[in-house]
Design a binder for this molecule. Structure first.
Ligand SMILES: C[S@@+](CC[C@H](N)C(=O)[O-])C[C@H]1O[C@@H](n2cnc3c(N)ncnc32)[C@H](O)[C@@H]1O
Length: 243
């Protein structure tokens, strides 16, 4: 994306996992440094102005750690490692994460105890069932394909209802028309799911056009922000607002 160094931000964001064990800490460092969505969120100001964020399928809560580290690093200025060309990060006031996996949810909660955030909550539960809190931004990164098609629609309709006026949805999905990149992404996700759940799970992806149609049907105007196809993956980052 740019030649900025992410090292200070990655170090600051992953620090809250250190007490929770080596796995969570190393995972945080690797994912925050390697997954371009985290830098894109800050570099492109995708959550600028959002006070309350609802993160569906939050995993170990990396987004909260990242946004809080951004706030601290930004306050320290260029000397602290804030990239001079980036806009100011969101002044997050509340973060709610929903995560079905109890170990991930526990890691997210433990990390949250280190974050200076007025309202931090991890709900261990299923995004299909839990009630959504009102939010200025709802983030769903690499989660919808774990749900069947009907539930994808239910979740998006619930998200639409929970968004405050002017709020937006940030969504990353796999593009089933993404060719070799899509096949590779599916392989990675299936292997990770197999390692985590000890069983094969069926992943429900749609071509990009199908995702855009689904978003329109559930009351959103959506646009592609970033097509992170790279050499191997076929993930697409979308931003959507109430139609
Ligand atoms: C690929 S990970 C992405 C985690 C996080 N969004 C991120 O980008 O770091 C997908 C996450 O969604 C969670 N998940 C899958 N199905 C879910 C459901 N029905 N309800 C809540 N969480 C779910 C998984 O347990 C996993 O932590």
């Amino acid at each position: 994306m740019t030649s900025v160094t992410l090292a200070p931000l990655v170090a600051a964001a992953s620090a809250c996992y250190r007490d929770g064990g080596r796995f969570g800490w190393h995972f945080a460092r690797g994912k925050l440094a390697g997954d371009p969505v985290f830098a894109a969120i800050l570099a492109r100001g995708l959550l600028t102005g959002c006070l309350r964020v609802l993160d569906l399928g939050c995993g170990q809560g990396l987004l909260a750690a990242w946004l809080l580290a951004a706030r601290v690093t930004h306050a320290g200025g260029v000397g602290a490692g804030w990239p001079v060309e980036w806009p100011a990060p969101p002044s997050l006031d509340g973060y709610t994460g929903v995560e079905i996996n109890p170990r991930e949810a526990a890691r997210a909660r433990a990390a949250g105890a280190h974050l200076a955030l007025a309202h931090f909550r991890i709900v261990q539960g299923d995004v299909r069932d839990v009630e959504y809190v009102a939010a200025d931004a709802i983030v769903i990164l690499d989660v919808l394909h774990y749900l069947d098609r009907a539930c994808q629609e239910t979740v998006l309709a619930k998200a639409r209802a929970a968004l405050t006026p002017g709020g937006h949805l940030l969504l990353r999905v796999g593009d089933a028309a993404g060719g070799v990149g899509f096949t590779f992404s599916q392989l990675v996700d299936t292997t990770v799911a197999l390692a985590r759940h000890r069983r094969l799970i069926h992943l429900n992806c749609r071509p990009l056009r199908g995702w855009l149609e689904l978003l329109a049907r559930t009351g959103f105007n959506a646009r592609v922000v970033d097509e992170n196809r790279g050499a191997a993956f076929s993930n697409v980052l979308l931003m959507a607002q109430a139609a």
